[in-house]
Design a binder for this molecule. Structure first.
Ligand code: 1HE
Length: 261
């Protein structure tokens, strides 16, 4: 595994999987401006060899959300730009072109949940808990929760979660879709890397279509969505990797997909 480090985020590459780790455990990986910049930079500089990414948090907690010590005293204009910076950074994660798997443990709070919701697959260990305490702190979500967490929970449940500031435990999180997998304490990263490695072995164009077509189709009318699905299937099914995948299935062997170039 090659290792590299920004100030608050560590990156490594292992067998086509880029591992991006929030590395500020003494502050429970709270997202300061520096962390946001480093995260953005990590996704701006994804190596071509990376066919999937894992996001993790060092220590006992994935992420305690917004760094509250930096938040005091922002004007409305500064707060607007701050929120838009979070949106831009998390859009880069959601749209980085390859699947992103998040490994969750301990606190997945506020902006930490917004970060997790920007990933495509979430693996939590049984210590994970989820909270959007903004309503209790006199603030509002600003890193995409109203869209991305709302899409997972539905608006009704998101309203209730924010009004009460309730804490969902790891089992609740699995039931509600905040995580897709629930594993034993300390196992989230290992499982996330395994899943990312498996996904990285899919045909690149299939992964690309899954990540790009499905979220867009979700915002379309059924008629537009079905037509777009047919376009996506035409492109994917006529690719060399589709031939390789179907031939391998019939021959009972593993497919040998091209690398995506
Ligand atoms: C922090 C932060 C933070 C911890 N900003 N410094 N997020 C929150 O409301 C969550 C606030 N944090 C907590 O509820 C707890 O810290 C935890 C449940 C995550 C962890 O508890 P614990 O007992 O392990 O740690 P701790 O003793 O509370 O915190 C350890 C240190 O981390 C301490 O600093 P220290 O210098 O006194 O050692 C804390 O101040 C620091 N710390 N969390 C800054 N969040 C785009 S809008 C998004 C809006 C939001 O994300 S709102 C949610 C904010």
């Amino acid at each position: 595994m090659t290792q590299d480090a920004f100030e608050t985020v560590t990156v490594g590459l292992s067998d086509r999987v880029r591992i991006v780790t929030l590395n500020r455990p003494d502050k429970r990986n709270a997202i300061s401006e520096r962390v946001l910049d480093d995260l953005e930079h990590a996704f701006d500089t994804l190596p071509e060899a990376a066919q999937a990414v894992v996001i993790a948090g060092a220590g006992d907690h994935f992420c305690a959300g917004l760094d509250l010590s930096e938040h005091r005293g922002r004007s409305a204009e500064q707060a607007l730009h701050h929120s838009r910076h979070w949106h831009a950074a998390f859009d880069k994660i959601a749209s980085c072109g390859v699947p992103v798997v998040c490994a969750l443990q301990g606190a997945v709070i506020g902006g930490g949940l917004e970060l997790a919701a920007a990933a495509h697959v979430r693996v939590a260990d049984s210590t994970a808990f989820y909270q959007l305490p903004e309503g209790r702190r006199g603030i509002f979500v600003g890193g995409g929760a109203s869209v991305r967490v709302g899409r997972i929970l539905c608006a009704d449940r998101l309203v209730e979660m924010m009004l009460t500031g309730r804490r969902y435990d790891a089992a609740d999180g699995l039931r509600l879709g905040l995580s897709h997998y629930l594993v034993d304490p300390g196992e989230a990263l290992t499982h996330a890397v395994e899943i990312a490695g498996s996904i990285a072995g899919n045909a690149p164009l299939s992964n690309y279509m899954i990540l790009n077509a499905i979220p867009r189709i979700a915002g379309m009318s059924p008629d537009e969505g079905l037509f777009t699905e047919s376009l996506a299937t035409a492109l994917t099914q006529s690719s060399p990797d589709a031939q390789a995948g179907l031939t391998a299935f019939l021959a009972k062997t593993d497919p040998d997909f091209r690398s995506g170039d």
